[in-house]
Design a protein around this ligand. Structure first.
Ligand SMILES: NC(=O)c1ccc[n+]([C@@H]2O[C@H](COP(=O)([O-])OP(=O)(O)OC[C@H]3O[C@@H](n4cnc5c(N)ncnc54)[C@H](OP(=O)(O)O)[C@@H]3O)[C@@H](O)[C@H]2O)c1
Length: 325
């Protein structure tokens, strides 16, 4: 496992981090706690030391599993979690005032709940949605004072933003103007390279860490999705990959695969290596729910990145769209 610095936090974190949405047991179906704990354990065994969870993942269940996995483990692991929007609307919509989404008292309450679930102070607390207009909202100064106070009283060590899906431009003001924001989390994968345009250069300039999320396009970039794919009952991906989307994903991936396999032994390896090839990226957080996936994903961090030639060739396979809508 290789390590990089997570922006202004100064944390050295593993290049592969653990995406803990899927183990929350609500929107993703088909996981069980014993296997999820085994996945966490397998990742920690190979020196993964960054975990991304959220209060919203199974209403605290993912956080509690992370706490269980870490209880028996000495050694430092950086745990990032998130404050859900109070109005429970993803993504954040422009024109909705801050007091409806992240009022200061609610920010504090959520932080305290996460501390109880995680059984430890929060290394990195992220706003789970964001719009830059909140920086000009009359309530922002009070939220900022609360963020400071939570650092001073030891509840939170650093702050970040998890950027709205496929909207990397929606947090540029926060990155450039808000000193308290130490990292951003953003969708970045072979299909959606939009953060390379403005967000990544700005993050490098401002020393803001980048957590690359959804590196496998919710499973699309594993090669497992096709017209006949069936998801467990109640799984949110049934909607995400609805209608003709499964066939479209498969056709795209079939064209992409031989290109990626020039420098990787599997699609997953190539997709993760792609994310690690941009120096702005601090850590990549694939969702992993089994020990096998955890071991395979962590093995990708071996110091090798894709060649400039391949990165250029992959530009033809960009596919910017928003399946979450
Ligand atoms: N708004 C936000 O803040 C937000 C939104 C989305 C995600 N996130 C964070 O980003 C993390 C990653 O995103 P994600 O989990 O949604 O999607 P992802 O990492 O793009 O894809 C997860 C999918 O990849 C599969 N997979 C993982 N490793 C594999 C391997 N080695 N071989 C084959 N298949 C593999 C999983 O299979 P199985 O189905 O078999 O498990 C799952 O279907 C989340 O866990 C969460 O921490 C944050």
């Amino acid at each position: 496992m290789q390590f990089r610095t997570l922006g202004k936090t100064g944390y050295r974190v593993s290049e592969i981090g653990f995406g803990a949405w899927g183990i929350g047991g609500s929107m993703w179906q088909g996981s069980d706690d014993d296997t999820s704990l085994a996945a966490l354990s397998a990742a920690l065994d190979v020196r993964l030391d960054f975990i991304d969870t959220a209060l919203a993942y199974g209403d605290g269940h993912s956080e509690k599993l992370v706490a269980r996995a870490l209880r028996a483990r000495p050694g430092r692991v950086v745990v990032a979690t998130k404050i859900p929007p109070k109005n429970y609307q993803w993504p954040a919509r422009r024109g909705v005032p801050l007091r409806k989404v992240f009022p200061a008292s609610y920010v504090r309450r959520c932080a305290e709940r996460s501390v109880r679930n995680l059984e430890r102070p929060i290394d990195l607390l992220q706003f789970h949605v964001w719009v830059d207009e909140w920086l000009l909202d009359a309530d922002w100064p009070e939220v900022e004072r609360t963020m400071q106070a939570l650092i001073v009283d030891g509840t939170v060590r650093a702050w970040g933003i998890s950027i709205n899906d496929h909207e990397p431009g929606s947090a540029l003001q926060a990155v450039s103007r808000c000193d308290l924001i130490a990292s951003v989390q953003v969708i970045y994968n072979v299909f959606d390279r939009s953060p390379e345009r403005q967000l990544f250069p700005l993050c490098r300039e401002r020393n803001v860490g980048v957590i690359a999320r959804v590196p496998l396009d919710e499973g699309g970039l594993t090669g497992k999705i096709g017209p006949d794919t069936r998801f467990p009952r109640g799984d949110w991906r049934d909607e995400y990959f609805r209608g003709k989307r499964r066939a479209e994903v498969q056709a795209r991936v079939r064209r992409l695969e031989p290109v990626l396999l020039k420098e990787a032994t599997s699609l997953v390896e190539g997709a993760l290596r792609f994310c690690l090839s941009d120096p702005a990226v601090s850590t990549v957080i694939p969702g992993m729910r089994t020990p096998e996936h955890a071991r395979a994903n962590c093995a990708v961090s071996d110091g090798r990145v894709l060649s400039g030639e391949l990165l250029a060739a992959l530009k033809e396979h960009q596919w910017e769209r928003n399946f979450y809508e």
